[in-house]
Design a protein around this ligand. Structure first.
Ligand SMILES: Nc1ncnc2c1ncn2[C@@H]1O[C@H](COP(=O)(O)OP(=O)(O)OP(=O)(O)O)[C@@H](O)[C@H]1O
Ligand SMILES: [Mg+2]
Length: 262
């Protein structure tokens, strides 16, 4: 079984999807096989991985709706990048129809349906990174019920950091309720850091005070990251990206150390 790691924060724009996509990219470059499971109806991670939507394609929504053991094996798809490591990444993509699954929250066992879909369907992968939406509602609870671990990403800003604390506390409090008592919050990434912004320097220090050694990395604010996301490209295809690729490589190495593949 892959090690499954949910990536969350209870605030929008906290760089969750960028962290999921670029961590997947860096892990793949280090030889790991990674599934990115999108649990956000916005579908940002799927698109940024170069996945192109069309009506015939299956998504997370159908996997959950099927309510059947291992059904996710039919939903993993290649990503759209052409780099030599792209074949080590697969995506379980999402589109806005995933919103419909949130409405099923009251159905018996609904919170276990992603776990059920993934059972036996990720044995061929080292990792599954689950990109969460900014809420703590049903879709995120399904992600947490399926995950071994949760990590967060945050901007170095007050509201983002506060929302990360909320996510961490929610994870810590919810394992038993989600029939996943071993679930643990184990790390966080501070992303979009700009040294010239006075508040960022102070909030990075705050993040270190709050999370200590659980801050696994600090990603600087760089337009090339936003541009790579915008155009759905791998960092390897972006000019002058060596420094940023090194930042994500370091993050991936820390990730592998904290979450060794089984
Ligand atoms: N280090 C960075 N420097 C500059 N821009 C960044 C960086 N990381 C991410 N971005 C950009 O910031 C924006 C928000 O990031 P992202 O969409 O990953 O956040 P999110 O937490 O997933 O948002 P949502 O809550 O909507 O899912 C995106 O346009 C992304 O490309
Ligand atoms: Mg996102």
């Amino acid at each position: 079984m892959a090690r499954r790691v949910a990536i969350g924060n209870n605030k929008g724009g906290a760089k969750k999807s960028t962290t999921a996509v670029r961590l997947a990219e860096a892990l793949a470059k280090l030889g790991k096989t990674v599934g990115v499971a999108e649990m956000d109806p916005q579908g940002n991670a799927s698109r940024r991985l170069g996945w192109k939507d069309s009506p015939d394609k299956l998504t997370t929504s159908e996997a959950i709706e099927a309510n059947a053991l291992g059904v996710a094996s039919q939903v993993w798809q290649p990503i759209g990048w052409q780099t030599d490591y792209a074949h080590r990444i697969v995506v379980m993509p999402a589109r806005y129809t995933l919103e419909d699954r949130a409405l099923e929250a009251g159905q018996r066992g609904a919170y276990r349906r992603l776990a059920k879909a993934l059972k036996g369907a990720d044995d061929h992968l080292d990792y599954v990174l689950i990109d969460c939406q900014p809420s703590l509602g049903h879709l995120t609870q399904m992600a947490l019920a399926a995950a071994h671990y949760a990590i967060g990403s945050t901007e170095p800003e007050y509201d983002s950091l506060e929302a990360l604390v909320r996510f961490r506390d929610f994870v810590t409090a919810s394992g038993e309720d989600l029939a996943n008592p071993d679930l643990e919050f184990i790390g966080a990434v501070v992303s979009g850091h700009d040294q010239r912004t006075g508040g960022h320097v102070g909030q990075l220090a705050n993040a270190r005070t709050l999370f200590g050694d659980r801050i696994w990395g600090v990603v600087p604010r760089r337009s090339l990251i936003a541009n790579a996301d915008e155009y759905g490209k791998p960092l390897d295809e972006m000019a002058d990206s060596a420094q940023i690729r090194a930042v994500f490589e370091l993050l991936a190495k820390r990730f592998i150390k904290e979450v060794p593949p089984v």
